[in-house]
Design a protein around this ligand. Sequence first.
Ligand SMILES: *Cc1c(COP(=O)(O)O)cnc(C)c1O
Length: 341
Amino acid sequence: MEKKNIDWANLGFGYHITDKRYVSNYKNGAWDEGTLTEDPTIQLNECAGILQYCQEIFEGLKAYTTEDGRVVTFRPDLNAERMIDSAKRLEMPAFPKERFLDAIDKVVTANAAWVPPYGSGATLYIRPYMFASSPVIGVKPAEEYQFRAFVTPVGPYFKGGAKPLTLCVSDFDRAAPHGTGHIKAGLNYAMSLHACVTAHANGFDENLYLDPATRTYVEETGGANFLFVDKDGKIIIPKSDSILPSITRRSLVVVAKDMLGMEVEERPVKLEELKDFAECGLCGTAAVISPVGKVVDHGRDICFASGMDEMGPVIQKLYDTLTGIQMGRIEGPEGWVRTIL
Ligand SMILES: *Cc1c(COP(=O)(O)O)cnc(C)c1O
């Protein structure tokens, strides 16, 4: 199969239209069999539930070309399960796990020419999502839904090395206690946009959100979970019911404990403790781990020992191990890599 003629190494993180996408519709209480289509557009009733009351959930994962030339996805079963959890919270029908895995296999296979080659640093980003498609005007769940999955090639996240980020402690909140912070829903992002634009306008890369109830504990950023390393080399993971359970972060915990023999502690983490940590990273599918050099809390700089020039050694080791597993260079735990082609 011939690859598309693309300058893979210089792709950004953006939407590129690819050949096929997967679509399945839910009607009269059941999902149809699903199909691949070339049409990237969606025609909706003006009163569709997604347009009126934002009933939408999504996932994000990647396909990689391994060193030995296979095309694989990384733990897609966890994306399937998380999407089912998200669906339940928004009163949407679950898209069954086996159907989800099959949809991902099909959409990646249909767009095989778009999977970046091994060594290019680029990957194929996969976006599964589901939304309310039938009309709703009185506030209630819709009756009909559409599940879709498209793919888009994305470039290497760290072009020319990973520059540590500067975060600001946000005055806005991301997720209320007992709210929707733990599910992957577009609504959590819509309300974060103003905070995000404000942070960028003030020269910061990202927001650090605190727990809204006490504003003393660290939650996460707009789209990535925290991982800290203390001065003894122990991994510290913030714990809260309103943090989105990142698959990257959960995988890094297993890598640290079971493969690298490190100590890991998951517990509530106070903003006040950050000054004592050696390293800080942001975990998510897009970057795996982005190093954080500094957090600014209303004019007060909280600097990590790893500094503003490069990734700290522990985060580098975690990054190398997890990306090694994804690219087939390192044997990971059983079942983490799903071979599609
Ligand atoms: C998707 C997401 C993450 C990262 O999760 P991964 O499964 O690692 O990609 C972290 N925080 C939020 C709010 C997210 O939506």
